[in-house]
Design a protein around this ligand. Structure first.
Ligand code: ATP
Length: 263
């Protein structure tokens, strides 16, 4: 693994992204410590994917910058990207390769030396995600299998920072548990993990700290207990905190409005 010297794995510095009239991300700043699992929560369209794509250098910010292991993603892209594994909302996969061929291709792309060590790592990952016996092309994989081969293609490189957009999306309960346990173990060994999720149970169980984004702005950052203290609600679940901290009408109100004419 590429070891970093500093203590900050990911840093967003005043990130702004405008799309015409839409302010998708409006001045987002946070730091994720090395070995920390940091959860990024927010409603649909709140700005999570846009932030993650700026952090990995996939899209240019309107202003602000991003650092991976203290390397500037835009000024030192080679150093930053060598340390980074990014799983997009729609993972990059090659539909015309088998899972094994795809991992081999990624390993070549990142110039990992060919040999028994690389082969062993590849087979371990395929075994871990129950893909070792799948000989078909990735194009024929199910959604969950595509998600798993996407994750395996990051892990083969042993990056020191993982940016994961909805990593458990579409996974069955056993695979979701596997991914959660794996991320915990990687973090314990020093990997920095930033993940977005809508599954609050995942966030509560897995993340050391959480940040909540609402319409492009961070509204709260901290441990679940710190978020409780910030909102003055000692007993609140993460779902209560999320609904309190993000804007929008109550679902009851919307359902009543929808069903009103039928009464
Ligand atoms: P979800 O939970 O639904 O994935 P998100 O929090 O990841 O949502 P983003 O995809 O970052 O949200 O979108 C934030 C805002 O930016 C939305 O209003 C979206 O419509 C807008 N947006 C995102 N990408 C583009 C684009 N390429 N062009 C124009 N607007 C965009």
């Amino acid at each position: 693994m590429t070891m970093a010297s500093g203590s900050i794995g990911v840093e967003a510095r005043s990130l702004v992204k405008r799309y015409g009239m839409v302010q998708a991300v409006d001045g987002v700043s946070f730091q994720v410590r090395r070995g920390e699992i940091f959860g990024f929560l927010g409603a649909n369209g709140a700005g999570k994917t846009t932030t993650l794509r700026m952090l990995c250098g996939l899209i240019l910010p309107t202003s602000g910058t991003a650092l991976i292991d203290e390397f500037d993603v835009f000024r030192q892209p080679l150093e930053a990207k060598a340390r980074l594994g990014y799983l997009d909302e729609e993972p990059f996969i090659h539909p015309h390769l088998t899972g094994r061929e795809f991992l081999d291709y990624i390993a070549d792309l990142y110039r990992m030396p060919r040999g028994p060590e690389r082969q062993q790592r590849m087979e371990r990952l395929l075994g871990l995600f129950e893909l070792a016996d799948r000989g078909e092309l990735i194009g024929a994989y199910s959604h969950g299998m595509k998600q798993k081969i996407g994750l395996a293609s990051l892990l083969i490189r042993e990056p020191s920072v993982l940016l994961l957009d909805e990593p458990t999306n579409g996974l069955d309960p056993r695979s979701a548990r596997l991914v959660k346990d794996l991320l915990e173990e990687l973090a314990a060994r020093g990997t920095t993990v930033l993940l977005s999720t809508h599954i609050l149970e995942v966030a509560q169980a897995l993340c050391h700290r959480i940040t909540i984004i609402d319409r492009g702005r961070l509204v709260a950052t901290g441990t679940v207990d710190e978020l409780r203290a910030q909102t003055g609600s000692a007993q609140a679940t993460l779902e209560d905190l999320f609904l309190r901290l993000t804007a929008g009408p109550e679902s009851r109100e919307l359902i009543d409005r929808l069903l009103e004419p039928q009464r």
